[in-house]
Write a protein that binds this ligand. Structure first.
Ligand code: G3H
Ligand code: 13P
Ligand code: ZN
Ligand code: NA
Length: 307
């Protein structure tokens, strides 16, 4: 069945691990991820961005995820990633999602609270859970200066007030991660002191880490080896993600590593089989590459295999 995240997060919190939330855009991506979850007996969140809905259409993505549930019997959470306004959240709540994110992080504190509360009230009336975001994910910078950190990273006191006043079910926080393949110029660093403080001030409460791909070096090397140009791509090291899961972090978002796994596989395939032109010939191995990468994440990084 399609499920929400309440039970998943409760178990993840108590077990000191995290559930992977993987962005989906087409059938091969969905199938690769789902096959990994079956193999690893792992909990699973599939998430859909506004860009994904624009690319593939809401109906195709929801039907594909429903097909995955029907085909496998796996409990899967279908989540809206980065909902920008009330309307897109309402649309997804009404359209069968079991979880939505309202991302009001670009607004001032009071406006973020007001918008989030409005989404929470609607979603909860329909039995759907809500993720919100407080703080701004860092851009590509060396070590962010202390003053800049306080301006953009999540403030622990504000986090407590935000959760109390909005009633959101989980909270995405900024501690130094960022979206995409270029997360750090210098040495990767996350603000674990801040994560620990937020965890202690919100005991039992599930936190979410966005921008948490590792930008797995072997995929970057493979892309570059077969004609790509991804210079200086760098992500969050695996040991840091494993550590984040031992704190309040219950959901870790992964999109970039899916893109890299798929692209590395396809680049290699094209170079080695220049005469092939049937999409199944290169999308098949790409799906396998996604499955292997996701299984590795579940086992070695999220620590959610068998949970
Ligand atoms: O948060 C960003 C996710 O990677 C989704 O990206 O908006 O290009 O689909 P997208
Ligand atoms: P990555 O770009 O690090 O994969 O982050 C994805 C994400 O946070 C989706 O919301
Ligand atoms: Zn994100
Ligand atoms: Na955790």
């Amino acid at each position: 069945p399609l499920v929400d995240t309440k039970e998943m997060f409760k178990k993840a919190y108590e077990g000191h691990y995290a559930v992977g939330a993987f962005n989906v855009n087409n059938m091969e991506i969905i199938q690769g991820i789902v096959e990994a979850a079956i193999q690893e007996k792992a909990p699973l969140i599939l998430q859909v961005s506004a860009g994904a809905r624009k690319y593939a259409k809401h109906i195709y993505l929801t039907k594909l995820v429903e097909a995955a549930v029907e085909d496998t019997g796996l409990p899967i959470c279908l989540h809206l990633d980065h909902g920008a306004d009330f309307e897109i959240c309402k649309d997804c709540v009404d359209g069968g999602f079991t979880s939505v994110m309202i991302d009001g992080s670009k607004y001032p504190f009071e406006e973020n609270i007001e918008l989030t509360k409005r989404v929470v009230d609607y979603a909860h009336s329909k039995g759907v859970v809500v993720e919100a975001e407080l703080g701004k994910l860092a851009g590509v910078e060396d070590a962010v200066k202390v003053a800049a950190k306080d301006a953009t990273y999540t403030d622990p006191d504000q986090a407590v007030e935000f959760v109390e006043r909005t009633g959101c079910d989980s909270l995405a926080i900024a501690i130094g991660t960022s979206h995409g393949a270029y997360k750090f110029k210098g040495k990767p660093e996350l603000d674990f002191a801040r994560l620990e403080k937020i965890t202690n001030m919100l005991p039992g409460y599930p936190l979410v880490l966005h921008g948490a791909s590792t930008v797995i070096p072997s995929f970057v090397e493979e892309c570059n080896k077969y004609g790509g140009k991804l210079d200086g791509a760098q992500g969050v090291p695996e040991d840091m993600l494993l550590k984040a899961g031992t704190f309040g972090v219950c959901k870790i978002n992964i999109d970039t590593d899916l893109r890299l796994a798929m692209t590395a596989s396809i680049r290699k395939y094209f170079t080695e089989h220049p005469g092939d032109f049937d999409p199944r010939q290169y999308l098949g191995p790409a799906r396998e590459a996604i499955k292997a990468m996701v299984a590795h994440k579940m086992r070695d990084v999220l620590n959610c295999s068998g949970k």
